[in-house]
Design a protein around this ligand. Structure first.
Ligand SMILES: [Zn+2]
Length: 236
């Protein structure tokens, strides 16, 4: 195997690894998941707010309902006492006045309790609607999470096997060239070599100056110039 062939094989390995790693980092499903999670965060916060708004209403309703019950109880006691009373006229009239007052207060409390109850029910219904509305998105989130996990695991496996193959290929490249290749790869990323395609380095896609093109063409076999732009070893 010539040095050019060995370098080209190594370059292709590295480019392939680079593509798979990029694919792993930019899964469309992961992007959809991130968007969905942002949306769900907003929606869950809206549900929490709606629940928080209903709590004081419910407490208010319970307090007024308890007061209405106490007034109702007192009203029944007074009615019973009046019905069976043999007391003096003054006691009876005092009881009658209290009954009127308790009845009036009881009616106000009943109305207030009813109003609060309707409000609590309307808020509960709104919370229910919000909860039902996000259900399909919660299901989609689970689906996407599992898909993303599976895809990443399979791409990770692919990268491991590609890296093993790449190590094999790197053994065919002479040490001095491999050192240059590594330096270029560290600096430029992706692969440490590139090819001239239509007058451009296909690593950085920058056109070579005519003089550099001539120089690259005139390289003795087994010698390589660096791309003047990205520093990768230029393969013929
Ligand atoms: Zn270049």
């Amino acid at each position: 195997m010539t040095d050019v062939d060995a370098l080209r094989a190594l370059m292709e390995s590295d480019r392939w690894i680079d593509r798979v790693v990029a694919q792993r980092e930019h899964l469309p499903e992961a992007e959809e998941l991130a968007t969905l999670e942002d949306q769900l965060r907003v929606e869950v916060a809206a549900i929490r707010d709606a629940e928080a708004a209903v709590a004081p209403l419910r407490a208010g309703y319970e307090e007024v309902a308890a007061r209405a019950d106490r007034l109702q109880q007192r009203r029944r006691e007074l009615e019973a006492a009046l019905a069976s009373s043999t007391g003096g006229a003054r006691d009876l009239s005092a009881m009658q006045r209290e009954l009127e007052s308790v009845s009036a207060q009881g009616d106000v409390a009943d109305d207030e309790a009813l109003e609060l109850l309707e409000s609590v029910e309307a808020h509960d219904a709104a919370v229910d609607r919000l909860r039902r509305a996000i259900k399909p998105r919660l299901a989609r989130r689970e689906e996407l999470r599992s898909t993303v996990d599976q895809l990443r695991a399979s791409l990770d496996e692919e990268v491991v096997s590609l890296r093993a193959a790449r190590e094999e290929r790197s053994r065919d490249v002479p040490e001095a060239l491999l050192a240059r290749y590594r330096r270029a790869m560290t600096r430029a990323g992706g692969a440490g070599a590139s090819q001239i395609v239509a007058g451009r380095c296909d690593g950085c896609r920058i056109a070579l100056a005519p003089l550099d093109l001539d120089r690259a063409k005139g390289q003795a076999e087994g010698t390589f110039m660096d791309c003047p732009s990205c520093g990768r070893l230029l393969l013929p």
